[in-house]
Design a protein around this ligand. Structure first.
Ligand code: PLP
Length: 443
């Protein structure tokens, strides 16, 4: 068979923009994860529905969706119209508005564990507040994280398993290391890390440290690690151990919330956390986040208890967008539409890979899935390390050149939006590109 020629994509304007931007903005971007190399960093002109256009005019079917928020699709007319009305309210007042209660009531209806709700601006802020709340409520300082989880950019959350320095098959655990520099080592003394889905290790860790822990933080579908999923019995054990040791269970639904189902991953698992954090899909991309949970715990947000606030919390634009976005997610089949699209996409990708004898599996949920080049889906972060992710990494670059934008790092799942399911050609365009990208990767 003749060799396929690699696709080429004109990035002249993006490259020139990078050269100018890097003079003023570190790495030429405003979030380090948006830097994909000096000659591959893309600058976006606009997004609409399930697609993005860059400043060179290249169109992409977009499965990054801003790391998940655009649950309905970019620039959704319904949400944007609501946001415009929110603009007329006036922004922020250092006082509250009536809409806060309207949105909180909707959230409590969709997620029964969200008995009380506090608004924040970003996922990071919400998790930071949740951890402080747990500490204030329990009077303890230590906490437990799960390998492969990500909970935002504040110091306490920025500890991870060092997969670079870990040898698969060794009996030892990966070392707990900070994400980069600038995170004080003293913070590490309060953090513990366990591998996902290892029941014995969870039990042992609680036995050893449970009496000093304020909280266990878990993403039951890891939105930053291939969509690796906790088995129900693992989350149930976490729930039971938290109860036994007086630890608060925080389910971080920043990525799964209002995406995998109206009631989030906790609804699908049927497990009630003490505290939940939400962000991303709440307002289709407008900046807003939530800490929500058990009434007695949430009442620790008080003077003399856990302090919480913020100039921009419950901004009138984000709040109006949230009201409309949550109404759509609650009252229309949007989440069914996007999950069915995800199923169709997975099945199309499987067809292409099966025809070429490539072993693979999917993890996560149809609305946010990871592709894994092994027959078994990964059970934890250590499985990802031993999989052949180099195939994915090469394929991802071809996909970009062929008009499908996914994260080049295989740990970031593909995200679906309602518009993918309602725009006729998203699926066929994607599968055409996947087929070619796979063939290019194979040769
Ligand atoms: N928690 C989870 C599970 C996340 O995926 C993220 C971000 O991707 C965060 C927290 C932090 O959210 P943000 O980027 O809005 O600060």
């Amino acid at each position: 068979t003749p060799r396929l020629s690699p696709p080429s994509r004109d990035l002249t304007k993006s490259n020139a923009q990078f050269q100018r931007a890097v003079q003023r903005l570190p790495l030429g971007v405003s979030s380090s994860f948006r830097y994909w190399g000096d000659d591959r960093t893309v600058y976006v002109a606009r997004g609409k529905g399930g697609r993005t256009w860059d400043i060179d005019g290249n169109a992409y079917v977009d499965y990054r969706l801003g790391y998940g928020p655009a649950i309905l699709g970019y620039a959704d007319d319904r949400v944007d119209a609501a946001a415009r009305k929110g603009m007329e309210v006036g922004g922020v007042f250092a006082l509250s508005t009536e809409r806060e209660l309207i949105v909180a009531d909707r959230i409590a209806k969709m997620v029964p564990a969200a008995e009380l709700v506090r608004f924040s601006n970003s996922g990071t802020e919400a998790v930071m507040a949740a951890l402080r709340l747990a500490r204030a409520h329990t009077g303890r300082e230590e906490y437990l994280l799960v390998e492969g989880g990500y909970h935002g950019l504040f110091d306490a959350a920025m500890w991870m398993a060092d997969m670079e320095g870990w040898t698969p098959g060794s009996n030892g655990d990966p070392e707990m290391v900070p994400y980069g520099k600038g995170i004080p080592q003293t913070v590490k003394k309060l953090a513990h890390l366990v591998p996902m889905n290892d029941l014995q290790r969870l039990e042992d860790t609680f036995k050893q440290h449970g009496d000093r822990m304020a909280a266990m933080l878990i993403e039951p579908i890891q939105g930053n690690c291939c969509g690796i999923s906790a088995r129900r019995d693992y989350v149930q054990l976490a729930r039971d151990l938290c109860d036994r040791y007086g630890v608060l269970l925080i389910i971080d639904e920043v990525k799964t919330g209002f995406r995998v189902g109206k009631g989030g991953i906790q609804g699908l698992l049927g497990i009630r956390p003490d505290i939940t954090t939400f962000a991303k899909a709440v307002a289709n991309g407008y900046p807003i986040a939530l800490v929500a949970g058990r009434e007695d715990v949430m009442r620790s947000f008080r003077f003399g208890g856990a302090s919480h606030g913020g100039t921009y919390t419950a901004h009138s634009v984000s709040l109006a967008a949230a009201e409309e976005c949550l109404r759509i997610l609650d009252e229309t089949p949007a989440l069914v539409t996007l999950a069915s699209y995800g199923e169709a996409l997975k099945s199309g990708i499987s067809g292409i890979l099966n025809a070429r004898g490539i072993a693979h599996s999917f993890s996560g949920h149809a609305s946010m899935f990871g592709i894994f080049f092994a027959e078994e889906a990964p059970d934890n972060y250590r499985d990802w390390k031993v999989s052949d992710y180099s195939f994915y990494d090469r394929m991802a670059y071809y996909l970009h050149d062929l008009g499908v934008i996914v994260e080049p790092d295989s740990r970031e799942p593909w995200f679906m939006c309602e518009a993918h399911g309602t725009e006729a050609s998203c699926l066929t365009d994607t599968l055409k590109a996947v087929e070619l990208a796979v063939d290019l990767t194979l040769q």
